[in-house]
Design a protein around this ligand. Structure first.
Ligand code: GUN
Length: 320
């Protein structure tokens, strides 16, 4: 765990809320992820005897702009840490069989310790995402989304699996607050395989009482109002209003949404799933977007890759 004092920016708001002067504490993913990356860089340096380097492959199908951007960030961060990262891009015309063949090749390559299939798949053919993500060897599944890793997480075998990067990054940000998760009422919005469902499991096995909300949840504001810890991965810009948030809650926003903004040269800006300005006035701690969960997701991918490389080295040593 990282020292939490370093990455909390205490910002006093100039307004009054509900008769009290509100103070929001911003949990910076930029600062926390930098600490993680620096630690990993040192670890990689220590393990790089006789030219050894952790290896990561990012397999992409198609050419989505958002995926291209995420992948270029992953490659850049990997290079800074000393991870040998390779981007394999298959055309949108790739078939399921071709994708599976590439995964098999990487599974068999001993110099690759981590493999992620960038989602969503952008193919003109029908490809079963579940089949593809499950084809990744669990030993190299640094995304932590194969059935084997997800199953271990859901049963509480946290030390024996790769934890999915976004939820693991959220947990690290929650740790930064210094608030204990055990016994808290946590609410997760969203039940995707990559964010919501594993977030539920991680909070549960860190001993929170967890409610997971989704599109069929009847009274979302009522659920949110009960949350001492709120994690939102809904994929809808500004969906959670500040008025719903419990005073003093920890608010973790996994959303990355582009909304029109004529004041920006690009004509758009990035916002989260939480309406930041209003939630800021009620939350005890809040993550910004951008600069919150996003950089932590990348840092946790690197952490899993280094962990996998270390396990590989240990297996090699024990064979000798
Ligand atoms: N697409 C957006 N986020 C992710 C992620 O964390 N992993 C993968 N594989 N694809 C993504």
């Amino acid at each position: 765990m990282i020292s939490f004092a370093a990455n909390l920016c205490r910002l006093e708001l100039s307004c009054f809320h509900g008769g009290r002067r509100s103070i929001a504490t911003v949990i910076s993913g930029n600062i926390t992820s930098k600490l993680v990356r620096e630690r990993l860089r040192k670890e990689v340096e220590e393990m790089s005897f006789s030219g050894f380097r952790p290896g990561l492959v990012v397999l992409q199908v198609g050419d989505r702009d958002d995926s291209n951007l995420y992948i270029s960030t992953k490659l850049k961060v990997a290079a800074q840490i000393g991870i040998e990262a390779k981007h394999v891009r298959l055309p949108t015309t790739a078939t399921q069989e071709e994708v599976l063949q590439h995964i098999t090749l990487v599974n068999q390559n001993p110099s690759v310790h981590g493999l992620i299939v960038q989602l969503p798949l952008d193919s003109v053919n029908s490809i079963n995402t579940e089949l593809v993500t499950n084809a990744v060897s669990p030993e190299k599944d640094v995304d932590g989304i194969s059935c084997e890793n997800a199953g271990k997480l859901s049963r509480g075998d946290l030390a024996d699996c790769f934890l999915p990067c976004t939820p693991n990054g959220c947990m690290e940000l929650i740790r930064q607050t210094g608030v204990s998760v055990a016994g808290k009422h946590a609410v997760v919005i969203g039940r995707s395989k990559i964010v919501g469902a594993p977030m539920h499991d991680l909070l549960l096995w860190n001993h929170a009482t967890v409610t997971t909300c989704h599109s069929k949840t009847r009274d979302l504001p009522e659920q949110v109002a009960k949350a001492e810890i709120l994690v939102v991965g809904a994929g809808r810009a500004d969906m959670v209003r500040g008025e719903w948030v419990k005073e003093g809650a920890i608010v973790i926003d996994c959303g990355i949404n582009h909304v029109p903004d004529e004041t920006k040269p690009s004509g758009k800006r990035v916002v989260g799933d939480v309406h930041y300005a209003s939630a800021y006035q009620r939350a005890g701690f809040i993550t910004p977007v951008p600069g919150g969960v996003g950089p932590m997701t990348v840092a946790m991918l690197m952490e899993n890759t280094v962990k996998s490389a270390r396990r590989f080295l240990q297996r090699e040593l024990s064979r000798r």
